[in-house]
Design a protein around this ligand. Sequence first.
Ligand code: ADP
Ligand code: MG
Length: 357
Amino acid sequence: MIPIRLDRVSKTYAALAAAEPTISADLTIRAGEFFTLLGPSGCGKSTLLRMVAGFIAPTSGSIWFGDREVTRLAPHKRGIGMVFQNYALFPHLSVAENVAYGLKMRRTAKDLRHAQVASALSMVGLDGLGDRSIDQLSGGQQQRVALARAVVIQPDLLLLDEPLSNLDAKLREETRTQIREVQERSGITTVYVTHDQAEAMAVSDRIAVLADGRAHQIDEPRLIYRRPATSFVARFIGRSNVLPVRVAAVGDDTASVSLSEDGPALTVPRSPAMTVAAGATAQLSVRPQALKLVAESEAQLHGEVKRVEYLGATVTATVDLGTTTVVVSAPERQTAPQPGERVGLAVDENDTWLIPQ
Ligand code: ADP
Ligand code: MG
């Protein structure tokens, strides 16, 4: 198990230098960690992963595997296993031959090779399917072959670029669990790329949330969700209402804020590291479940229901507050509000978080 360091790494694609933001990162992936690069399409996830793999050279900065600098090292000398969205299997080879490929390249002895292939296939739940041809397998099984092929060489680093994107929803959930299990059992330091926040939250030790070519936040899933560093993170992870607020007073790890000129005063949690002064404007992330439907007499906010969505366990309502619109989430067993209805809302400050302007 080795840590990976991206030391002030950046990449500017020459042709687009004027129009495109530079993609940059300065981060350390811990030994044995399941680390995810998460962000919308085009934010630079694949570029970062391909620099780690060695397919793209950084414009500046250096990349370290443990205390070995690999910035200019060819991909096949880096000790990585890689899994791609499109599987990239050899269609004319059997399942076992696909998995054995990297071992053959390394001239691993035949007996050892057979044993390692069998063990890798077992690890991904494909025992006994070694003789099948690739086109006899489902998409999910093919991706598991690709995973077995990547881990069988016992790489220092496992890289996965949107490995579940070609699978349907149910299979995506099963396969992501399996990837995490394989990673836990093998202990290989892993960098995983996805645009799907739920997927990232489910499998990762830590997540780097990327947008506009830079990391907005690097944290464990719970902190990414509960303490979003920017309004982008608040909106991208789960759902959130990001509302403008005026800061009235500042405590150690709280602040008193008001939601609008004559809006309610709230005492909300904030990071002690955030620089903010009384009188300043800021933003408040308010999770849909922080807004409770209450009697008008107890309400801090008043509005009119515009739309109701029934989601099963919860019902969400879009409520027009006059100055802005918020999304409210309520348990399904509660009486659902109706479009056109006037409602009162109370804010549970525990599910809010102050964000710099
Ligand atoms: P992601 O994987 O997050 O979708 P990419 O790393 O593929 O993002 O791309 C990041 C940005 O760099 C995008 O704006 C993309 O158009 C641009 N880009 C990617 N590859 C190249 C390339 N080979 N040449 C020029 N621009 C590229
Ligand atoms: Mg990509």
